[in-house]
Design a protein around this ligand. Structure first.
Ligand code: MEV
Length: 440
């Protein structure tokens, strides 16, 4: 049985690695060699990565790919994507190329408001709390001035603070619900610092508020934290063209294609089991760009899925229609992103990815990310409603199967040639490899 360890974080990197290797691996020196194989040969770069988190022992690679030919609001861009799933970048590139000859993608940022809350318990007369809040509100702004000064210079800051009565949900539960504009930064640190100052001011002022009884003076702050649910920080991405223009080699009947495509979207709009997978396809595109640009994909995921259930049941993020013979496919998603601060300039590859995007503002990045999500969704639905998903997916997955079976260069050439004209399935590839090897 493995032993628990005290003070692991205090060990040196070498000691941590030795302990892990001895404790969990039958061949410790092989495990150590593998970890070291994934270290960066540039010590400075490795140190940077070591210091991103605690207890770093090595790096975990994910491929960084590029999907070119995205026409967005009339400009052509290449979109960097960090993702391990074989078919995602290929699908995005295919969708980008398809729409580049049909008017391209349109993207619009609808709003950019972020949210944070101070959650607290107040036991007493609510009308007195309301009066206290009205009289203290300006102080909440004043006492965060040192934090907000720079953000204000950049055009952002605290937009508003409201007191919310949540006692219908939990006894004595109230909130300061604050809204923020954080410009080109995602704003998590800025918002949390403001909130913690609000909490201090709230407590101190309550203690000195003469109208409160002794009990009422004792406001209990439970926590102060931003919300990753940002329903007013939304971007819209869209493609549209006359139905007949959807025609191409694999879409011989564009009317039939558009009808079936819209049915597929409608199913995701009414059926949660399908909606989750439909939206997962959107997240393939969104997460890959969010990750490549050093943004927080967990925050984005949490916020988007909450948005997808905002009307009480989980539904499709994207929608499609035909009106006056024009096919339109669109999506609105909340995205709290930054192009300054956090890992965006610290992680060399995030910086590199942002440079490919021509160092965008946060609003521009929201547009790139939403477009990548819509492109991915278009590619998935197009495959699903025509050839089926496995054809393209397995073609891309073939490399993984070849690697799994340690296929030689000669074997790989023969296998790729064969499967150009045959359906790729795991079993078919395995049978083929085994057959080949028997012949040698
Ligand atoms: C696979 O990663 C994503 C899809 O399942 C999305 C979808 O079903 O729409 C293909």
């Amino acid at each position: 049985m493995n032993k628990a360890i005290l003070g692991f974080s205090k060990l040196s990197k070498e000691e941590k690695i030795n302990w892990i290797a001895k404790e969990y691996f039958s061949n410790p020196s092989e495990a150590i060699a593998l970890l070291k194989n994934y270290w960066n040969s540039d010590e400075k770069i490795q140190k940077l990565h070591d210091e991103f988190i605690e207890n770093t022992i090595s790096n975990f690679y994910i491929p960084l790919g590029v999907a070119p030919n995205f026409e967005i609001n009339g400009k052509i861009s290449s979109i960097p994507m960090a993702i391990e799933e074989s078919s995602v970048v290929a699908a995005a590139s295919k969708a980008a190329k398809f729409w580049s000859t049909r008017g391209g993608f349109k993207a619009t940022v609808i709003n950019t408001e972020k949210i944070g809350q101070v959650h607290f318990i107040f036991k007493g007369d609510e009308s007195k709390l309301n009066l206290f809040f009205t009289q203290t509100k300006s102080l909440l702004f004043d006492e965060t001035e040192s934090i907000t000064k720079n953000m204000q210079k950049r055009g952002g800051g605290i937009l508003d603070i409201v007191l919310k009565d949540k006692t219908n949900l939990l006894p004595n539960y109230f909130q300061l619900h604050a809204t923020f504009e954080t410009m080109d930064s995602m704003g998590a640190n800025f918002i949390n610092s403001c909130l913690e100052q609000f909490a201090k001011t709230l407590k101190t002022e309550a203690l000195n508020y003469d109208l409160f009884s002794e009990d009422e003076k004792n406001i209990e702050v439970v926590m102060s934290i931003l919300s990753n649910y940002v329903p007013n920080c939304v971007v819209r991405a869209e493609v549209s063209c006359p139905v007949d223009l959807l025609v191409e080699k694999h879409i011989p009947n564009p009317k039939e294609f558009a009808k079936k495509f819209i049915q597929a979207v409608q199913i995701a709009e009414v059926e949660s089991f399908r909606a989750v997978t439909h939206n997962k396809g959107i997240m393939n595109g969104i997460d890959a760009v969010v990750l490549a640009t050093g943004n927080d994909f967990r925050a984005v995921e949490a916020g988007i899925h909450a948005y997808a259930s905002r009307n009480g049941s989980y539904t499709s993020l994207s929608h499609a229609k035909i009106e006056n013979d024009i096919f339109t496919f669109w999506m609105e998603v909340p995205l709290a992103l930054g192009t300054i601060g956090g890992l965006t300039s610290l992680h060399p590859m995030a910086k590199f990815s942002l440079e490919i995007l021509k160092n965008p503002s946060a609003k521009e990045l929201m547009q790139f990310v939403a477009v990548a999500g819509l492109a991915q969704n278009f590619a998935a639905l197009r495959s699903l409603t025509t050839s089926g998903i496995q054809e393209g997916h397995m073609k891309m997955h073939l490399n993984n199967i070849l690697n799994q079976f340690k296929a030689t260069e000669e074997e790989s050439i023969l296998i790729r040639k064969h499967f150009k004209h045959h359906v790729v399935s795991h079993n078919a590839v395995v049978d083929y490899i085994e057959n080949l090897r028997r012949q040698i």
